[in-house]
Design a protein around this ligand. Sequence first.
Ligand SMILES: NC(=O)c1ccc[n+]([C@@H]2O[C@H](COP(=O)([O-])OP(=O)(O)OC[C@H]3O[C@@H](n4cnc5c(N)ncnc54)[C@H](OP(=O)(O)O)[C@@H]3O)[C@@H](O)[C@H]2O)c1
Length: 323
Amino acid sequence: MDTVFEPWALFMKQRLILAGGSGFLGQALAGHFAALGWDVVVLTRKTSAVNTVARHVVWDGKTQAGWTREIEGASAVLNLTGRTVDCRYTAANRRLIMDSRVDSTRVLGEAIARCASKPRVWLNASTATIYLHTLGPAWDESGEIGSTPEAQDEFSVEVAKAWEEALFRASVPGTRTLALRTTMVLGLGRNSVFPVLCRLARFGLGGRMGSGKQFVSWIHLTDFCCAIEFLISRDDLSGVVNLTAPNPVPNHTMMRMFREVCGVPFGLPAAEWMLEVGAFFMRTEMELIIKSRRVIPGKLMAAGFKFQFPEMMAALRDLSARL
Ligand SMILES: NC(=O)c1ccc[n+]([C@@H]2O[C@H](COP(=O)([O-])OP(=O)(O)OC[C@H]3O[C@@H](n4cnc5c(N)ncnc54)[C@H](OP(=O)(O)O)[C@@H]3O)[C@@H](O)[C@H]2O)c1
């Protein structure tokens, strides 16, 4: 993509729009970019601010209104909107999970299309769950997409496809678009699985889950934020990008590492029927535990991105020291 040199841009603060930026990833990114001197704007349904480093602007995630002014001339737009998938997939929750992602993407695309001065780049959340359940070789961005009854992931893959379709269907010439196929982000915030798995390990429940052979792909929150900064800065990168550390591990290895960082010598394994019961009472879905996600960051590695935490053990040690 050709970029025009605009000298006055050197004196203006870069502006990042974080749609759905009031949650776990949005709060971390707001802090990261504010520290870099960016002007951060969070689009939220909440009327009271959750984050002091960003300016909050109210939207509903589905219709055009006053918030669209914020997009005009922004340096980057990042859409993180989505009803959490950590819930039971009732009909009502399925609708919210799907609509919150597709509607917010559609409405941002329409707003960007109308801008006189379009953002240079639009990154939209997606998920590495889009790839086929596998115990075989890891998937880079050319990996196979699809669902299997074994992984119970039909709905999630359907959502991921619709989400990316809404992004790539948008007509936004001049704006680079990226779908972020993100894996489990390990951090300390609300909604992160790290504190949850630490608690399980401390209660003696940190054994393998099911067969324990299913792969877990993950990324440390610091690498997630740095990767977003990297993707914004690199005009040559677009399309789908895997946001994940280069070394996925089997579930039994991950649980051993959690036991180690928590200083617990043993952990009861959980058979699949126990996981079914546990998932029901914890109001979550089996797919989040049993699907084998073996995904690697093909494009990030080829582009020379350096991970601070390429190995899970170092990531867990870092987080547990800060817990
Ligand atoms: N965290 C991970 O490990 C991970 C991994 C892969 C992909 N992702 C994806 O990345 C995105 C951000 O993740 P996150 O962990 O930061 O999620 P989060 O903490 O749940 O934040 C998502 C935000 O979306 C907004 N939202 C929720 N339900 C909505 C609805 N029905 N309509 C409109 N907006 C709604 C909320 O903002 P307001 O209430 O302020 O409006 C919320 O703060 C999500 O789309 C998620 O699926 C996350």
